[in-house]
Design a binder for this molecule. Sequence first.
Ligand SMILES: Nc1ncnc2c1ncn2[C@@H]1O[C@H](COP(=O)(O)OP(=O)(O)O)[C@@H](O)[C@H]1O
Ligand SMILES: [Mg+2]
Length: 315
Amino acid sequence: MTAIVVENLVKDYPTRKGPVRALSGVSFQVEPGEIVGLLGANGAGKTTIIKILCGLVRATAGKAEIFGIPADRPEVAKHVAALLEGSRNVYWRLSVEENLRFFAGLQGVGLREAKRRAAELIHFFGLGEKRRVTANLLSQGMKQKLALACALVKGTPVLLLDEPTLGLDVEASHELRGFIRELALRERKTVLLSSHDMGVVEDTCRRVIILARGRVVADDLVSNLLSLFRTRAYRVALRNGLPAEVLAELTPKFPSFRWLPEERALHVELWPSQNFYELVDALRAAGAEIEGLSRSEPDLEEVFLRLVRSEKEAP
Ligand SMILES: Nc1ncnc2c1ncn2[C@@H]1O[C@H](COP(=O)(O)OP(=O)(O)O)[C@@H](O)[C@H]1O
Ligand SMILES: [Mg+2]
């Protein structure tokens, strides 16, 4: 059975100035064991989707189900746990160990099993030395690990992680990404992870759903999206510069041709259908002497910007 089904989801938040539309007909599905990224700029609707899926917010219209159970029913809590933005779901005055046992208890896990799970997670996240320390005294990175552990201790098959690396320094963010990847693999969890950070999604997810202003603008494997936009970009340094008439001659063939005078280099992007040797031959025929060459690959950020830009340009 499909783990997450979202269909034509609409959310209007009531405000004094009238309703604010956060989601305008979002649809997607996640299969068990998938780790899917929900990527979008601030305000795109990521948190709203996650809150609807864990029953915190009620949708205005449409369907949101976890293993076939509507997300606004209490039984859904058996199947889904969420890490909400800013690790707000841990208790500051409880120790690491107490937090874990408390959240296991909430889920109806017996004391012995709760202790076992807490010990296992403390070990997994390397929080052993801190297990008696209250949450308020932990570093930001450790707080976030604890918040993730508190979601995991419930033992649900589906995990919703809202901006799990927000506010962490680079090192802590990388460490947490590693834990998320390992967890999804080892425990076959179904993970829906939201982020405005392309790097986080590229690092942890195989599939990504890109949201812009409450709509899905792309839903595909990260690798497919990257190859879709794989314009191979090159920087070609030329020893003797480039005469204007040569530039004029080559521009129609390579529309992204740009001469960078300070660098005495050409910037050019080739689409997959274009052969790199065509470029080299054309330059050689024009009498240009190639001094150096470097290549750059697109990343998810570039894909995201292109998609969102083309969405804006659409009527
Ligand atoms: N409680 C609320 N009341 C009114 N508007 C809200 C509320 N929560 C979110 N919004 C609006 O809904 C839109 C989507 O917000 P959100 O789901 O938080 O996006 P994201 O998590 O992608 O940043 C934004 O325009 C935001 O201002
Ligand atoms: Mg958010």
